[in-house]
Design a protein around this ligand. Sequence first.
Ligand code: AMP
Ligand code: MG
Length: 398
Amino acid sequence: MMPAFRTLGEERVTLHDLSGRFVAHDVLARADLPPFDNSAMDGYAVRAADATVGATLPLAGESRAGGPAPAELEAGRAMRIFTGAVMPPGADAVVMQENTSPTDGAVSIDQAPKSGENVRKRGSDLEAGAVMLPKGMRIGPGEIGLLAAQRIGAVSVFRRPVVAILSTGDELRDVTDPEEPGTIVNSNAYALAAQVREAGGIPWVVPNVPDDLDVTVERIREGLGADLLITCGGVSVGDYDLVKDAFEKNGIDASFWKVRIKPGKPLTFGLAGDKPVVGLPGNPVSAMVTFEVFVRPGLRRMLGDPKPFRVRHSVALAADHTHSPGRPELARATLERDGDTVYARPLRLQGSGSLPSMLGVDALVMLPDGVRAFSAGERLDAIFLADHSGAAEAPFDA
Ligand code: AMP
Ligand code: MG
């Protein structure tokens, strides 16, 4: 389904809002970096040829970061210099302070520098005109710092997709509605909106619809004003599952109606023109898990992410686990690390409708369909859901 998800237009975004966005055009360096030859150390600027061990060089002024341009360094002399300060013309090395002994009005050299030592040459990091951020690159703190250093205050990035979320079902009420027997809160709208936002999209919660074909058709048409439309519920085979008809009436050509995966059997995908439409199951866990594996990568692609998938990694089961075979299952689990091994502990509840089975989840463990019982220690693949997975640990001892 991937080619259906394409990048949208582009927009210019300023530095503070760029994190997590993807570059829409090659960004070229505006200027050499560093912009001038400067010292990498606190010490003395010298001509390397003069600075032999034991030489005592008379001092000639100083150069400090942000200070006035230094005069040319005459042969046989040394200039006091500080990190980031402009190198005086004529000097080709900096002797770090620790390798010198100060004397009155002079400095003696304890360790001879090589030409170029401790000098950061103009343009040595980046030359003006070079491709600095290639199209498609993800912008993070490092890229933002470099853009700032280049006096580039805004960049063209791919637009964030607006994702319409439309829930269906007579039983749905909103959080603040009064309680009524037989009704439930439209929790999917909130959970899916949070997933959309986490993935970098802009959620648009369309008012939910009852199980009524005309209203559903109309509301889907409205939702097609977004870049991507997600419906949830009503996609199964029950008498009140109207999404299929409502898709057809909107000219949405669905390519399938079921996936062999648990949770989440009923699922559909189609195009309205070139606009992707996904029909997710109504069961809260099914909706979230199928969003994760089928929608999120597409949404990431729309955002311009060339690597739209989550990290998939081998884990060891922390405890024995059974499931009913027949469909491959994505079991919700927490992760913990012990030495070199990442252990996955499946949560107790694994039902498609059990929302508590989504609490604190770090990973979806991929249980193959043909096997009923898995033993502790057994190796399986898992989709890591977040950067804050339980497998993370401090890189250094405190
Ligand atoms: P459906 O896919 O419409 O047959 O719904 C399957 C189950 O999910 C039913 O128990 C629904 O009540 C529930 N459900 C459907 N839509 C939502 C929703 N938006 N929020 C919470 N639960 C829902
Ligand atoms: Mg329903």
